[in-house]
Design a binder for this molecule. Structure first.
Ligand SMILES: [Zn+2]
Length: 1023
């Protein structure tokens, strides 16, 4: 280190000595950091001198980055010599000395365009990097030479600051890690809170009108927290305006951006949060060695408390939990004990905030619930009294509460919530309602799903028709047996109905919200077209740095849609049509519309539309504040509509489906219902494919409807549109086509496979009355390819082109219902399909049938149609009807046959009319008892007998394994479909004649046999 003498330096020191004259006389402590500054506002320049006491044996390090050091001088107590030292780099270091030392630093600081500081002739704001900053807390005394007409504020005992001429001086008895300074031509106002305590506002003159509300609100908060926590720790409180957009709380004042100040909700939200920081964060400072406890606590005592006052505590906690789930993932999670501050780099800042603020806040709520209100508040008061004007750790907090927890050990509670990175998750199993002489018992097993169980107190609410019964279930192991005594028979119960715990939520508890996309780790933005790019550019710019993949619609494959959170920019694109058919947004303004990605329950899809680049630019950088919403509309930057989607609260378990019924006076006769149905353009009659009574109802309704409607057609799911020629020829033709030929030509058994006898009488009616039958379905292999491969990518270009481009996968309840069916299929071992394939296959199916119905009705404008399809397809909420309605304005009616053993509580969502009928079985067809296999030789299929069932009489008749079936009852047979067609008329038959081909030696013989079809006696049974 180079030591030189600088006479000039002595002059600046005199400045410090002189300004000390303005120090308030009552200071009974000594400042060990004296700072004097003056400003050249024209040039944005600050000139400063620091005098810092260095105690005997102490090393001092000062951060001087961003400053221009003009002189450094170190003075030891035992010598009068003054010597200057210059350092290179950004740190000034004073080595320890056995004697106390004094360090003098003179410097200049140039306010830049890119930092938070501001030095102009209008206003001065100094937040960080404007003086050589020691890395430890110090007692500061700041003197500033002010421009004419400025009022200044800094951390200080009193306000206004002590003043002599144009020099003001600020000092606070509390050691601080940093100080801040603001000065401007403020308009000041004040209000008295109590003896010796006032609140001040320092607003810009144009905001004068806002002062009164801020003063009153701030006074209210201080009175509230003095009552709750203890005396306000400083001599005054001030709300200070800043030209830059800040929201900062420091000892004795808060600095709010002018634009922030003008937001109407700030004084009801952030102001209270900043004021409680006077107690926690400023007076009791965070000792960061165990993490920052303060943001969780202040969020709980301010933001959470204010919403609780409005009766919205549970809603606030739910928002906090959703926020945590949106932003915190396995890859970025930190334990609460590692949270110091959010930092500035997005998106980690959002994940960190979710830990420090949301998880921290939930810890205090859980603690509050455990200890009860009185003990919790007493604990807080003791903590404050003990650590006022000092620093405290999480452990200090725990100890303050532990003394008030009546011997309950809180160390496990704190350790789990501070150290662990997972969060609780649980469900109920083995649920039973038991009737006992003493009343009803609700019993269940509470299962914790985390690798290691948490110690939890879980609120449970049981409901009966007339009341609710609250319980608390404690659990600290993987499985906890729960037994709840109830005076009435329960209907339902809910675990954690008021979001008392930060935990993993069930899908029905999680609405699709914007923050799910903001916090996503797999994001894909899809632009409708290259021309649209400028319109969405401002939004893309903001999102782009956070690993956002951007594609144009024409580059997107179907499989891209299923494993990402989607941002669909512009509605006019195939990706939107594939998932949401034709959604509509307001024509003008900017709309952000959050949906679940229908192809995967893990992801969201955001539909965004904007009428101009200016509309997008006006909202783009503010959108991150609206994470909790599911729908937003802005007009010229102004929020005009916002919606939080509905979701369930708590894990809800229904013990008894609600009983439903209706007035018998409303029951209609068959004739009355038919009269009403005859008015409709399309009448759907849903079916369970193997229920004879459902098909009988179809027959009866077509009989009477065709008598009333001369222009009736029958649309059938059971035939693809490609069968139309066969259908026309068989039903409407001259009668040359036999039933067997029709079944072959229409490929009925290849497409449908259910017994044809269900429809035999309907066809004979159609033939007699010449009612056209229209095939509505698409080719089976298209559906099965989509199902098997998870999407449409594997289809041929021609097949892909044949699909309806607009497919709505987002109808209410559609994907939930299909997911339930899918998981049933998978468990039953039927399927190998991927969820996204199953859902898309179903939608393609429904949309195709809707399109074929509409096509027919457009070509035959005088016609009406009865549609026969499975009762999943005929649902009026999410089946074919809403898809027809999207394409054509017509009157539709849905009829359903309800079997007595199938309670359907949502009947009103499914159908318009329902009938009750008893179930009937199809007459069983006799069996030959032969195992058959279909083979192909020289392109010709043939059917070979491979084995016999134990009761078969075919071997007695002379048949042998290896025989090839050629004819059954006079019907030539070459494949399995032929076998089914041939056997259709066998009901009641005692014998059947068959012909087989058998190879003997080198020649082939044709042999005829007659097989006895009467079942033989099962072994071991009496006649
Ligand atoms: Zn805070």
């Amino acid at each position: 280190m180079k030591l030189i003498t600088i006479p000039f330096f002595l002059l600046t020191l005199l400045f410090i000595v002189e300004t000390q004259a303005a120090t308030p006389a009552q200071l009974e402590w000594q400042a060990d950091y004296q700072l004097a500054v003056s400003f050249d506002c024209e040039r944005g320049l600050l000139t400063g001198t620091s005098r810092i006491e260095v105690k005997a044996g102490e090393t001092l390090a000062l951060d001087s980055s961003g400053l221009t050091i003009t002189g450094i001088l170190l003075k030891r107590q035992d010598t009068t010599a003054m010597e200057g030292t210059f350092t290179s780099g950004t740190t000034i270091i004073v080595d320890a000395n056995p004697k106390p030392q004094e360090l003098f630093v003179s410097y200049t600081y140039q306010a830049g365009a890119n930092d938070q500081n501001l030095i102009t002739s209008d206003a001065i704001t100094l937040l960080s990097g404007w003086y050589p900053k020691p890395k430890r807390k110090m007692h500061y005394q700041l003197s500033a030479s002010l421009p004419e007409g400025f009022t200044a504020i800094s951390e200080s005992e009193t306000f206004p600051l002590a003043r002599k001429g144009n020099i003001v001086t600020a000092a606070l008895h509390q050691p601080l890690s940093s100080i801040h300074f603001a000065a401007a031509r403020y308009d000041t106002a004040q209000i008295t809170v109590r003896n010796n305590l006032r609140v001040h506002t320092l607003f810009f003159p144009e905001d004068r009108a806002l002062a009164n509300d801020y003063l009153k609100k701030a006074r209210g908060y201080i009175i509230r927290y003095e009552k709750e926590i203890g005396p306000y720790p400083y001599g005054y409180y001030a709300v200070v305006a800043n030209r830059n957009p800040t929201g900062l709380g420091m000892p004795t004042f808060t600095l709010l951006g002018q634009a922030v100040l003008r937001l109407p909700f700030i004084k009801d939200t952030s102001l209270g949060h900043e004021i409680i920081h006077s107690w926690f964060g400023n007076s009791v400072d965070v000792d960061p060695s165990q993490g920052n406890w303060c943001e969780g606590l202040t969020s709980y005592l301010a933001d959470h408390a204010f919403r609780t006052d409005e009766g919205e505590g549970a809603a606030y906690r739910k928002e906090a939990i959703l926020n945590y789930l949106s932003y915190v993932h396995e890859t970025n999670v930190i334990p609460l004990s590692d949270f110091i501050d959010a930092g500035h780099s997005q998106p980690e800042a959002l994940a960190r905030r979710a830990v420090g603020y949301s998880r921290g806040m939930m810890l205090f709520h859980e603690l509050h619930e455990r200890l009860g209100h009185a003990h919790f508040m007493n604990g807080l008061r003791a903590f404050y009294a003990q650590h006022q004007h000092g620093s405290a750790t999480w452990n200090d907090l725990r100890l303050a509460f532990a003394e008030r927890s009546h011997g309950v050990d809180l160390s496990q509670f704190f350790t789990e919530r501070l150290q662990r990175t997972d969060i609780p998750a649980f469900h109920a199993e083995q649920i039973e309602v038991l009737t006992r002489p003493t009343g009803n018992l609700l019993t269940f097993t509470l299962v914790q799903e985390t690798e290691k169980p948490y110690s939890l107190s879980i609120p449970v609410v049981v409901s009966t028709p007339n009341s609710t019964y609250p319980f608390t279930v404690t659990s600290d192991k993987e499985r906890t047996e729960v037994e709840l005594q109830l005076p009435e028979r329960p209907l339902a119960f809910t675990l954690d109905p008021d979001s008392a715990l930060l935990r993993r939520l069930d899908p029905p508890e999680r609405p699709a919200i914007w923050s799910d996309f903001l916090g996503s780790e797999r994001r894909l933005a899809i632009l409708a077209s290259r021309q649209d790019e400028p319109i969405f550019h401002p939004l893309l710019e903001i999102l782009r740095n956070n690993n956002l993949q951007v594609k144009y619609d024409d580059e997107v494959k179907n499989s891209d849609l299923r494993d990402a959170d989607l941002l669909l920019l512009g509605l006019n694109q195939q990706s939107v049509r594939t998932l949401f058919a034709s959604p509509s947004h307001p024509k003008k303004g900017f709309t952000l519309d959050v949906r679940r990605n229908p192809l995967t329950s893990q992801h969201v899809a955001i539909l965004v539309s904007s009428s101009s680049t200016a509309e997008t630019a006006a909202v783009a950088n503010r959108l991150s504040h609206y994470g909790k919403y599911g729908f937003l509309h802005f007009s010229q930057g102004r929020l005009t509509e916002k919606r939080i989607p509905e979701s369930k609260n708590g894990v809800h378990i229904v013990l008894e489906e609600p009983i439903f019924g209706g007035a018998t006076s409303q029951l209609g006769s068959f004739e009355k219902i038919v009269r009403e149905l005859a008015e409709k353009d399309v009448i759907y009659i849903g079916e369970n494919h193997t229920s004879v009574s459902d098909h009988l109802l179809q027959l009866r309704l077509i009989e009477v409807l065709s008598a009333r409607i001369p222009s009736l057609a029958i649309g059938m799911e059971m035939f693809p549109a490609t069968s139309q020629q066969a259908l026309d020829e068989y039903v409407l033709g001259k009668g040359f086509m036999t039933e067997k030929d029709f079944l072959k030509a229409s490929r009925y058994f290849e497409v449908w496979q259910y017994d044809y006898r269900y429809f035999r009488e309907i066809f004979s009616l159609a033939k007699t009355k010449k009612i056209p039958v229209i095939g509505l379905n698409l080719e089976r292999d298209i559906v099965s390819t989509v199902y098997r491969t998870g999407g449409t990518d594997e289809l041929s270009a021609a097949d892909r082109k044949s699909l309806p481009p607009e497919r709505d996968l987002d109808l209410p309840g559609y994907s939930d219902r299909l997911l339930a069916v899918h998981s049933m299929h998978e468990q039953g071992g039927h399927g190998s399909g991927i969820v996204s394939g199953f859902i898309q296959a179903q939608a393609i199916w429904d949309e195709t049938m809707a399109e074929n119905i509409v096509k027919y009705l457009r070509q035959h404008s005088d016609r009406k149609m009865v549609v026969l399809a499975g009762n999943g397809h005929t649902r009026k909420d999410s089946g074919i009807p809403p898809r027809v309605a999207r394409r054509m304005k017509i009157d539709q009616g849905v009829v359903l046959n309800v079997a007595a053993d199938q309670p359907t509580t949502d009947i009103a969502d499914i159908a318009d009319y329902f009938f009750f009928s008893s179930s009937i079985k199809l007459e069983e067809l006799p069996k030959m008892g032969v195992m058959l296999e279909e083979h192909v030789k020289n392109d010709q299929p043939y059917v070979e007998i491979t084995d016999f069932s134990p009761t078969s009489k075919a071997p007695e008749a002379g048949l042998k394994k290896g025989d090839v079936l050629r004819n059954i009852a006079g019907f030539p047979v070459s494949d399995m479909v032929d076998v089914r067609i041939a056997m259709l008329d066998m009901a009641g038959a005692k014998t059947v004649n068959i012909q087989v081909e058998r190879k003997q030696a080198s020649s082939t013989h044709h042999l005829d046999f007659t097989i006895d079809l009467t079942p033989s006696q099962p072994p071991g049974q009496h006649p």
